[in-house]
Design a protein around this ligand. Structure first.
Ligand SMILES: *Cc1c(COP(=O)(O)O)cnc(C)c1O
Length: 230
């Protein structure tokens, strides 16, 4: 039963992604769905993989590790979308294809170090904090350029774009200015740093608006899997 429901939710989300992209003249295939599996039981995640989803987002290293160990046989990508503590980096670089939440120089240096040890180039996004009401984490917009300058020469990290978690608004239209701001930041910085292309923004509640504003990755949990159990 859950299989059918999940399959319908997945196709409904892909439809919404497609329509949102087409509304603004974007190629729907330029948008990646990150299925956020934090707090979801393993059997749901296996069903999602079975139904073709390949990129899963987790916000805690330990939870991700347990899931990775239990799901075999799919060619999955795991993305770290939550705040990363430096003492978890060693393990994180072994698990995650992409870290969305790079938010300090100290963390960048640690990631670079640990990635070097395993001969990996760790892909990262910089988490940007666009307002005081936003989550505790992220690089402030006015410090972003200086931040990139400080880490751009680290050889074992590859910066691919920006991520943000805007404040929650009942009406998703109210989030639009935040998404637009992140895109403007990416556009203006990409003259100097052409490698900035990805925009990770938009969750269950507001991903269509994020896509209209340029999101290349949307992070969707509850709209796919229902309420989290943990
Ligand atoms: C939990 C989480 C999401 C998914 O939220 P939903 O509202 O369930 O879609 C997206 N991004 C981050 C950073 C999260 O922590």
């Amino acid at each position: 039963m859950y299989y059918i429901m999940l399959s319908e939710r997945i196709s409904s989300i892909f439809k919404k992604i497609t329509y949102a992209a087409l509304r603004v003249g974007r190629n729907p295939e330029s948008i990646k769905l990150i299925a956020v599996t934090k707090g979801q039981p393993i059997d749901k995640i296996i069903k999602a993989a079975d139904l073709g989803l390949r990129i899963f987002g987790e916000n805690r290293v330990q939870e991700a590790r347990e899931k990775v160990a239990q799901i075999k046989g799919f060619n999955l990508q795991w993305h770290m979308i939550g705040h990363l503590q430096t003492n978890k980096v060693k393990e994180a670089v072994r698990i995650f294809t992409l870290i969305h939440s790079l938010d300090s120089e100290k963390l960048a240096i640690k990631i670079d170090n640990e990635a070097k040890k395993i001969d990996k180039i760790q892909r990262v996004l910089i988490e940007v904090k666009l307002s005081e009401e936003e989550s505790k984490f992220g690089v402030k917009e006015e410090e972003l350029e200086k931040f990139i300058d400080a880490i751009v020469n680290l050889k074992h990290i590859k910066i691919e774009g920006l991520m943000t978690i805007p404040p929650y608004f009942e009406n998703p239209e109210d989030v639009r200015p935040y998404f637009r701001r992140l895109r403007q930041l990416r556009d203006s910085l990409s003259e100097k740093y052409p490698f900035l292309s990805e925009l990770s923004m938009g969750m269950s509640h507001d991903f269509e608006i994020a896509i209209e504003e340029g999101a290349t990755m949307v992070r969707i949990g509850t709209a796919l899997f229902g309420q989290r159990i943990t």
